[in-house]
Design a protein around this ligand. Structure first.
Ligand code: 3PG
Length: 205
């Protein structure tokens, strides 16, 4: 996960409600400089949307999000995704991920959860829901005992607070939906989404 995410400061967390939005949305994000895309498996349109993005958007590195079950790991592989993200991590999920050909970024929000994922070989973690779980201060504290861990916080992050996270050395990248707001997607305002992506991809460390 570290190699795949390195150099990508912002990972859009995408929710696809209509299949026809998937490709133009992904193209707008990639055109704006965000090419690692997390597409959540939380809508009926997600599966076909991912299939179309993988086939039709060159340059996109597509992963599944909201992965909660072994079946969704199998689906992610079948769709040709390059990574998976889970909001939390159960032993069932972690054991299935160990057998997968693609990497999982498991979700944690405490030291114990991080340690359990480490037992399965993970070094990189989604921290979710970031703002509600202690925010940047919590991630800074985790750097003490877990110096090798790298964190990708998501949940409640936007331009107003993103630098609080990106300024931390143990933050690998941040995830968020602020670059693809539901209303803009609904109104198919792809140029504005491209502009949001451009702003996000220009963020320094
Ligand atoms: C999620 O999985 O929903 C992400 O954490 C996105 O959170 P956000 O919508 O607050 O950016």
């Amino acid at each position: 996960m570290r190699d795949l995410l390195a150099g990508n400061t912002v990972i859009p967390v995408i929710v696809i409600d209509r299949v026809e939005d998937a490709v133009p949305l992904a193209k707008a994000l990639v055109a704006g400089g965000l090419n690692v895309l997390e597409v959540t498996l939380r809508t009926a349109a997600a599966e076909e949307g991912i299939r179309q993005i993988v086939a039709q958007v060159p340059g996109a590195i597509v992963g599944t999000g909201t992965v909660c079950t072994p079946e969704q790991i199998t689906l992610s592989e079948q769709l040709g995704c390059q990574f998976m993200v889970s909001p939390g991590a159960t032993d069932t999920l972690l054991a299935a991920a160990q057998k997968s050909s693609i990497g999982l970024l498991p979700g944690i929000s405490s030291a114990s959860e991080l340690m359990r994922c480490m037992e399965y070989g993970h070094r990189d973690f989604k921290f979710f829901p970031a703002e509600n779980s202690g925010g940047a201060a919590m991630i800074k504290a985790l750097a003490g005992p877990f110096g090798d861990a790298r964190i990708c916080p998501t949940g409640g992050i936007g331009l107003h607070n993103v630098m609080d996270y990106l300024s931390l050395p143990n933050v690998l990248c941040v995830g968020g939906s602020w670059v693809c707001p539901a209303q803009m997607v609904k109104e198919q305002r792809w140029d504005e989404i491209e502009q949001l992506a451009r702003e996000a991809s220009a963020l320094g460390r």
